[in-house]
Write a protein that binds this ligand. Structure first.
Ligand code: SF4
Ligand code: SF4
Length: 181
């Protein structure tokens, strides 16, 4: 008797499962369809701002980036996607300073975890949402992020020449001495 009960119970569960699936299918059948006409709609395509497509250095209006070549992003990257090359430069005051030479980024191995961005002490990095990154050769995915020519650092202001003495400030001997006859 119990086996007959189990049989009808399983049939009932099967029918319920079938109806649930048919309900989902029916709902999707009447839902309006949206088809992206890509690439024809490239000009109007809306990519979410937070979409992580490619690592970039932030540049200000003068073309400066904020990277100080500290190497923290390189150390925190879990799979060696970032390779920094640095150089020593001499400042106008004669001191030496380490500066960024090449910031190399391999888009092909990036997992978009954003650890580099969140740990950068200078807030020098961000992700662009430029998603069209398809290339035919893998080595084209290795990019130099500091690709812009480095602007010259502002020179320290030159020391002003000493002001010429005014006539009123002439030495007393010169102004008061009168020739004796
Ligand atoms: S991007 Fe940021 S963390 Fe990476 S080297 Fe430059 S300053 Fe340091
Ligand atoms: S997003 Fe992650 S994997 Fe990609 S470069 Fe940054 S730390 Fe490395």
């Amino acid at each position: 008797m119990s086996s007959v009960f189990e049989y009808f119970k399983s049939v009932g569960q099967g029918v319920k499962s079938l109806l649930t699936g048919m309900a989902v299918t029916g709902k999707e059948f009447v839902t309006p369809k949206i088809t992206e006409q890509y690439p024809e709609n490239r000009a109007t395509l809306q990519i979410p701002d937070r979409f992580r497509a490619e690592l970039t250095l932030k540049y200000d209006a003068e073309g400066h980036h904020k990277c100080i070549a500290c190497g923290i992003c390189q150390m925190n990257c879990p799979n060696g996607t970032i390779e920094l090359k640095t150089k020593m430069v001499e400042l106008p005051d004669g001191k030496k300073k380490r500066k960024l030479d090449k910031y190399m980024y391999d888009l092909g191995s990036c997992t978009f975890c954003m650890l580099c961005v969140t740990t950068c002490p200078q807030d020098a990095l961000e992700f662009s949402n430029d998603f069209e990154q398809a290339v035919f050769e893998r080595d084209k995915l290795v990019k130099q992020l500091n690709y812009r020519p480095e602007p010259e650092d502002p020179q320290p202001a030159a020391a002003k020449p000493a002001a010429a003495p005014s006539p009123a400030a002439k030495p007393a001997a010169e102004t008061t001495a009168t020739p004796k006859n």
